[in-house]
Design a protein around this ligand. Structure first.
Ligand SMILES: O=C[C@H](O)COP(=O)(O)O
Length: 251
């Protein structure tokens, strides 16, 4: 039985005041949902604040990216080792906004995946197709290629110590959510594809859905057999909305 994982991705949002209000507001709902793991992926600049605010709480946190390097002359980057020192459990890798806006290739994503695990963080590997690919019926092929790029470099066993987030790019921040049936079909395909390499890994790995998950649609998505949680952008910025998603996962 895979535990539900509800993960917020704040993207490039927040102030010191809003971060404090959000974390403080989430403490009680997180404590009440003992059967669900809840995490937030904060902008790196707020991680020290999140570390202090979450002390003694079950709320976990992570970064939205990590560099492949541990240290050195790489201006502007953040090392997985540094993220670990600040108490991160997770690091997103390969989010579609990184792939698109920062030209991160499958090879870069795979290298980052390995670097994140080497620092004892859990990579949250984001995969998903564009609208054009969806309409061309290429979803399964796209997610397979994105997974294969990581498996080739990290090995299938490494996936057992990771989380996968299926995020159809056409559903991110658009208000268009994949129907529970569409999302479940892709999640099941991801698991079947992984089972072709290693059935135990496929059965164990949590596969989250991301893309306009909100308080209204979370329960139906989370009821699907192969949807083990959510990676939530916009709705993770409001205590009430994120709490409703946590509560839906706890049922
Ligand atoms: O990482 C989160 C996803 O990009 C989903 O964002 P969204 O919930 O705002 O659509």
């Amino acid at each position: 039985m895979r535990q539900h994982l509800i993960m917020g991705n704040w993207k490039l949002n927040g102030t010191k005041a809003s971060v404090e209000a959000l974390v403080e507001g989430l403490k009680a709902p997180v404590a009440a949902a003992a059967n669900v793991e809840v995490a937030v992926c904060a902008p790196v600049i707020f991680l020290g604040q999140v570390e202090q605010l979450t002390a003694g709480s079950a709320l976990k946190y992570g970064s939205q990216d990590a560099d492949v390097h541990t240290s050195g002359a790489f201006t502007g980057e953040n090392s997985p080792v540094m993220l670990k020192e600040f108490g991160c459990k997770y690091a997103l890798v390969g989010h579609s906004e990184r792939r698109t806006l920062h030209a991160e290739t499958d090879a870069v994503v795979a290298a980052k995946f390995v670097a994140i695990q080497a620092a004892d963080l859990v990579p949250v590997l984001c995969i998903g197709e564009t609208l054009e690919q969806f309409e061309a019926n290429q979803t399964n092929a796209v997610v397979e290629a994105q997974l294969k790029a990581v498996i080739d470099v990290a090995g299938i066993e490494a996936l057992a110590k990771s989380v996968i987030a299926y995020e159809p790019v056409w559903a991110i921040g658009t208000g268009k959510t994949a129907t529970p049936e569409i999302a479940q079909a892709v999640h099941a395909h991801i698991r079947a594809y992984l089972a072709g390499f290693n059935a135990d890994v496929a059965a164990k790995v949590q596969v989250l859905y991301g893309g306009s998950m909100n308080a209204a649609n979370a329960a139906d998505l989370l009821a699907q057999a192969d949807i083990d949680g959510g990676l939530i952008g916009g709705a993770s910025l409001k205590v009430a909305d994120f709490t409703a998603i946590i509560e839906a996962a706890a049922k």
